[in-house]
Ligand binder design. Structure first.
Ligand code: GAL
Length: 319
C-alpha cells in the first residue's frame, strides 16, 4: 500500500518517478505521467487499474526522443553540450480529432529558468516513444508552471505562470491540441501563483495553486469561477501553511457508485530519509529530487462547495 510522504514503488519494486505529472484514464487504464530526472529521462509513464499498483511502461520522453517540427521556428533542442534541458510538469491528453496522445510541459534550457516556454510532444499510443515537437513562448509570453484541462464540452485549456510567475495565464487550445488559439484570461496579477491544477464540479471551475517558493512548500489556495474566461474568486487557503508539505500536481476526478470524487495529488519535493526537510538541506539537487514523493488526499467540500483537504497517512476512502 502506498503511503503519503513515503517513497512509492512500482510493481517491479523500483522507485516511482512521476513528479509534477498527471493521470489520464484511457484504454481501460489509468496512466500516470510525470517527471523523471534519472539518466537521459524526462518523462516516464506507469499504468494501473486501481490507482494503487503501478506498472512501469516507458520513458516516453528522453534526450534521445525523435524530433519533428510542427511549425516554423519552434526550438527542437532536447539536450545541451554538457547536460540536459528541464522538462517539468508534463500533462497528457488524448486528442479525438487526431487520434494522438498529446503532451504539454514546461521547458527550460537546463542552465537557468529564463526561457519559460511550453513544449509539446505526441504519440499514437499512451505509452509509446513520444515525438518531440519543440518549445515556444505562447504569443511571446513567459510560460512556466502549467497544466492542461479538458472541459466536458470538448474545449481544452492550458494554464501557465507568466510575467516571471506574477500572473497566471489561461489559453484556449486549437482542436488538434498542438497550439494555443487564444489567450483568454489573466488571473491574480502579482500574486505569483504556481503549480495550477483544475477541476470542474457542479458546472464551476476550481483552480488549485501554490505560491512561488521554488521547491519549498507553501500555503496552497483554491479559487472558483463560472467560466475559464471569466472572473474567479480571490484566493482561499487550501490545506495548512505548507499544504501538508506538498505542492499541487493535479486533481483526479474518479467516478464511484455514481458519484464523482476528486483526489488531490501533490508533490512532496523535499524529503530526506524519514524526515521532511527543505531543498537547501540537500546541497545536491538531484538527491533531493530523487527522494521526492507524493501526497494523495480526497478533496472534501463544505455545504457551500468550498474544497478542503485534511491530512491522512493514507487515502482510506478507497477509490
Ligand atoms: C517550483 C515549481 C517546480 C520547479 C521548481 C524549480 O516552484 O513549481 O515545478 O520549477 O520551482 O525551482
Amino acid at each position: 500500500m502506498q503511503e503519503n510522504g513515503k517513497i512509492w514503488r512500482d510493481v517491479q519494486g523500483n522507485v516511482l518517478h512521476a513528479h509534477g505529472g498527471c493521470i489520464l484514464f484511457a484504454e481501460g487504464y489509468y496512466w500516470w505521467y510525470g517527471e523523471n530526472r534519472l539518466g537521459n529521462r524526462y518523462v516516464s509513464v506507469y499504468r494501473s487499474k486501481d490507482l494503487e499498483n503501478w506498472e512501469f511502461r516507458n520513458d516516453i520522453l528522453t534526450t534521445e526522443s525523435k524530433t519533428e517540427p510542427i511549425r516554423q521556428k519552434t526550438d527542437l533542442t532536447l539536450k545541451r553540450e554538457n547536460g540536459k534541458v528541464n522538462i517539468e510538469r508534463p500533462k497528457v491528453l488524448f486528442c479525438e480529432k487526431t487520434g494522438k496522445y498529446v503532451l504539454w510541459a514546461h521547458y527550460e534550457n537546463g542552465e537557468n529558468y529564463l526561457d519559460a516556454r511550453i513544449c509539446i510532444a505526441t504519440c499514437d499510443t499512451p505509452d509509446g516513444d513520444f515525438t518531440y515537437h519543440g518549445s515556444f513562448n505562447p504569443y511571446g509570453y513567459m510560460s512556466r508552471d502549467c497544466t492542461l484541462f479538458r472541459d466536458d464540452d470538448g474545449r481544452t485549456y492550458f494554464l501557465s505562470a507568466s510575467r516571471d510567475n506574477a500572473d497566471l495565464h489561461v489559453y484556449l487550445l486549437t482542436d488538434d491540441l498542438l497550439n494555443v488559439k487564444k489567450h483568454i484570461n489573466t488571473l491574480w496579477q502579482g500574486e505569483y501563483r504556481e503549480a495550477p491544477a483544475v477541476f470542474k464540479k457542479n458546472g464551476k471551475y476550481y483552480i488549485l495553486s501554490s505560491y512561488c517558493t521554488g521547491w519549498r512548500p507553501n500555503q496552497g489556495a483554491w479559487a472558483v469561477g463560472d467560466s475559464m474566461d471569466g472572473e474567479f474568486t480571490e484566493l482561499c487557503n487550501f490545506g495548512d501553511e505548507t499544504t501538508f508539505h506538498s505542492q499541487p500536481a493535479f486533481v483526479l476526478p474518479v467516478e464511484k457508485n455514481g458519484e464523482t470524487k476528486y483526489i488531490y495529488y501533490g508533490d512532496r519535493w523535499c524529503y530526506k530519509g524519514d524526515e521532511l526537510t527543505v531543498a537547501e538541506d540537500f546541497g545536491d539537487s538531484m538527491s533531493y529530487y530523487i527522494r521526492s514523493t507524493y501526497i494523495v488526499l480526497p478533496i472534501r467540500f463544505t455545504a457551500e462547495d468550498e474544497p478542503y483537504i485534511e491530512y491522512e497517512d493514507r487515502f482510506k476512502d478507497g477509490i
